[in-house]
Design a protein around this ligand. Structure first.
Ligand code: SAM
Ligand code: SF4
Length: 328
């Protein structure tokens, strides 16, 4: 069985974008009230006394938009300085990154994933739900800043939606030819986006690979990720192409992660809502840390039974939380 040692930590459920596939505009979201967010102290306590002792050593900060979390740089520093932290990374939309890239790097962050679904500013703004101000340029500057500061690997996350950005697959893949960047195509999932998923559908990774193979050639990469992505490369390209195929394939047997939401719910599987436990409520009710450790250990034991395979396949809108609320 795979060792589960990777925790994705949502720092905040709010976001400065409203990506159509994540927080569709028009859908009312109940944001977590500030007093319901795990505080920095509670998060660090849980990491030191609960997660690290049961075997978690790799952490990713996500959201919502993690750079909106007040004090995010200090938090990065605190997590990076825990002696047991073997890996600390962040997933961001990049909008606030140009100003923060150096500080984050100095605080100890080394790996970053930036979401970029389009190279076309108009399409980009349509996807992120802002038709008044163009945000693409600022995100692109954030990516350049992260590159210059030295984030390595620098990964770009792409969600392809038919009829929205599927015509850009080759352009996005071509970014890896001359740059040591890693572009990762994530299959579009039906989480909190009922009508978009229902009307557009999704494209599976195999189709994307075929298109890229026909245009540029494609080979299995020597680079191996330690996550769910299948890694390929355009021959002689400097960067790689990753495919995360949670819709078309089942990689539950390789799953090495759990998710902690910004309000302290620990979730064993992204696509199955069973088994979640409210660590914040327990912590605030005074439950002993030893007891919390035991409960997380138990969850690790039953995790293989709580997985994507068990979800109701093919249904949409079946999830009570959006990606921004879960911590994607
Ligand atoms: N705001 C940050 C960002 O966008 O990178 C971090 C949070 S976001 C929820 C994390 C990742 O989840 C992003 O790369 C985003 O593209 C992906 N995501 C969100 N909703 C998705 C969906 N319905 N299907 C597939 N990926 C999704
Ligand atoms: Fe915000 Fe990220 Fe969701 Fe887009 S994908 S709405 S940037 S949390």
């Amino acid at each position: 069985m795979n060792q589960v040692d990777y925790l994705r930590i949502s720092l905040i459920d709010r976001c400065n974008f409203r990506c159509q596939y994540c927080m569709p505009s028009g859908v009312e979201l109940d944001y977590i009230l500030r007093q319901q967010l795990l505080t920095d102290e509670e998060l660090l306590l849980l990491l030191r006394e609960v997660f690290i002792p049961v075997g978690f050593t790799r952490f990713r900060l996500t959201g919502g938009e993690p750079l909106l979390r007040p004090g995010v740089v200090e938090l990065v520093k605190a997590i990076a300085s825990l002696p047991e932290t073997q890996d600390l990374s962040m997933t961001t939309n990049g909008f606030l990154l140009a100003a923060k890239a150096q500080e984050l790097y100095n605080a100890g962050l080394r790996r970053i994933n930036i979401s970029l679904d389009s190279l076309n500013p108009e399409t980009f703004d349509k996807i992120i739900g802002d038709r008044v101000h163009s945000r693409w340029q600022q995100v692109w500057q954030g990516i350049q800043a992260a590159h210059q500061v030295g984030f390595d690997p620098l990964k770009l996350n792409v969600v392809i939606i038919p009829g929205v950005n599927d015509q850009e697959v080759l352009d996005l893949a071509a970014l890896t030819i001359d740059r040591q960047w890693h572009v990762r195509f994530i299959e579009f999932m039906p989480i909190g986006n009922d009508s978009l998923f229902g009307s557009k559908g999704w494209v599976d990774s195999a189709q994307l690979r075929d298109r890229i193979r026909q245009a540029f050639g494609l080979e299995t990469s020597q680079v191996r990720g330690n996550g769910p992505a299948d890694i390929f490369q355009i021959p002689s390209a400097q960067g790689t192409l990753g495919f995360i195929s949670q819709m078309s394939e089942c990689f539950c047997d390789r799953c090495n992660r759990m998710r902690l939401s910004a309000d302290g719910w620990l979730r064993p599987c992204l696509l199955n809502e069973n088994g979640q436990i409210d660590l914040k409520a327990r912590l605030r009710a005074g439950v002993a840390l030893a007891e919390l450790r035991e409960q997380v250990r138990q969850l690790l034991v039953i995790k293989p039974e709580i997985n994507f395979k068990q979800r109701d396949s093919g249904t949409t809108g079946n999830y009570t939380r959006t990606m921004s609320q879960i911590g994607g």
